[in-house]
Design a protein around this ligand. Structure first.
Ligand SMILES: Nc1ncnc2c1ncn2[C@@H]1O[C@H](COP(=O)(O)OP(=O)(O)OP(=O)(O)O)[C@@H](O)[C@H]1O
Length: 366
């Protein structure tokens, strides 16, 4: 089932919650809407679900214009973080509810309904909990029950709004892997709202990054990391540190000491470099100091350089660098954005010319 939003706008008083949103999900795709709090994720999800109405623009699901189509006629399953199950109903009745509220013509008979609910509880792996009440099961089990309820209507689109938010870290990881597996099995087009980039990266085929009511970039997790379209995306995705620099004659120079110069095919003027841990190598030297050894098999370090804390990897072949040891860092690259919005991949001065000249569209720099 394709899902297409085109030029969608939504205002709340003077506040533009969504501005010119155009996005298209392919059938069977798992897409994440990722963005900071207030960026418009839930508003967009609610408009797709038919729980809210856009001020302008169109929503098409399966090619059909959804204008005027009420939520219950859309065949969309929705799971919210706090989509509290009905407390006075058993798990069975909660799941059956999705079927009982179907329009009369689509409502199954009782025997069929029972069989279907039990099949769904098998599917979400809580077949033994049918007669329990929500307070008698765990958070993860509740989320599975909520999912079974959403799936009961045989949705063609599944909308998940921070569905793991109430779960603790371990259960959360477990449930999201399981849900991604279930997606592989069922192939229902799915949209996950989250502000957790690790979750989006792990689960989604593509991620729409939202920034103040707009889609800043819609791309695969790999492409978001390899070719961020804007400074916002570079800063929001992938643990990057933003460091101011000045570009002059194609060379980016950092204000702070301890950083190498980088080639950057950008106009002269102030710019910002976004440096990821994987782009920073630490080795013996004197211009920086190791503040801590982080995880990652002992190769990840927290270093202080030019008054700034930065994550770095130990350079291959470099001796072990202990806490407090002097070191130096070298940059393997960085995305650099001029204040005009232009961007270039900054590369070490010694890099081969083919790489140096890359300023890129949205593909990777290979
Ligand atoms: N019913 C409403 N009335 C007024 N303003 C609203 C309403 N719903 C949302 N907003 C505003 O619209 C903007 C987008 O909200 P939305 O809930 O879509 O953001 P979000 O990205 O889902 O945030 P979060 O991650 O915190 O849930 C916010 O500034 C919010 O305050």
């Amino acid at each position: 089932m394709t899902v297409e939003a085109k030029d969608v706008e939504r205002r709340f008083g003077p506040m533009a919650a969504l501005q010119g949103i155009s996005v298209r999900l392919q059938p069977g795709e798992f897409v994440a809407l990722l963005g900071p709090s207030g960026s418009g994720k839930t508003t967009l999800l609610r408009i797709l679900a038919g729980l809210d109405t856009a001020d302008a623009g169109t929503v098409r699901i399966g090619g059909r214009d959804m204008a005027g189509v009420p939520a219950r006629h859309r065949r969309i399953g929705v799971v919210f973080q706090n989509y509290a199950l009905f407390r006075h109903m058993t798990v069975f009745e909660n799941v059956a509810f999705g079927l009982r509220v179907r329009p009369r013509a689509e409502r199954p008979y009782e025997a069929e309904l029972k069989a279907r609910v039990l099949r769904l509880l098998e599917l979400v792996q809580i077949p033994d909990l049918a007669n329990r009440y929500p307070e008698q099961i765990s958070g993860g089990q509740r989320q599975r029950a909520a999912l079974a309820r959403a799936l009961a209507i045989e949705p063609e689109l599944l909308l998940l709004d921070e569905p793991f938010g109430a779960l603790d870290a371990v259960v959360r990881k477990d449930v999201r892997r399981w849900l991604r597996g279930l997606h592989e099995q069922l192939g229902i087009t799915s949209l996950l709202v989250t502000h957790d980039q690790e979750e989006a990266m792990e689960m989604a085929d593509r991620i729409a990054v939202m920034d103040r009511g707009r889609i800043a970039q819609f791309a695969s997790p790999r492409d978001l990391l390899d070719a961020p379209a804007s400074a916002f995306v570079a800063g929001f995705v992938g643990e990057a540190t933003r460091i101011p620099c000045i570009v002059e004659s194609g060379i980016a120079r950092f204000a702070e000491p301890g950083f190498d110069l980088l080639h950057a095919a950008l106009p002269d003027g102030p710019a910002h470099a976004f440096v990821r841990p994987a782009d920073v190598r630490a080795e013996a030297g004197v211009s920086a100091v190791v503040r801590a050894r982080l995880g990652g098999g002992g190769t990840r370090l927290l270093v202080e350089v030019g008054g700034r804390s930065l994550e770095a990897e130990t350079a291959p072949g470099a001796d072990q660098l202990d806490r407090g040891a002097p070191c130096r860092i070298s940059l393997r690259g960085a995305w650099i954005f001029a204040e005009t919005g232009e961007r270039a991949r900054g590369l070490p001065l010694g890099a081969p010319p083919r790489l140096r000249s890359y300023t890129g569209g949205l593909s990777t720099d290979g």
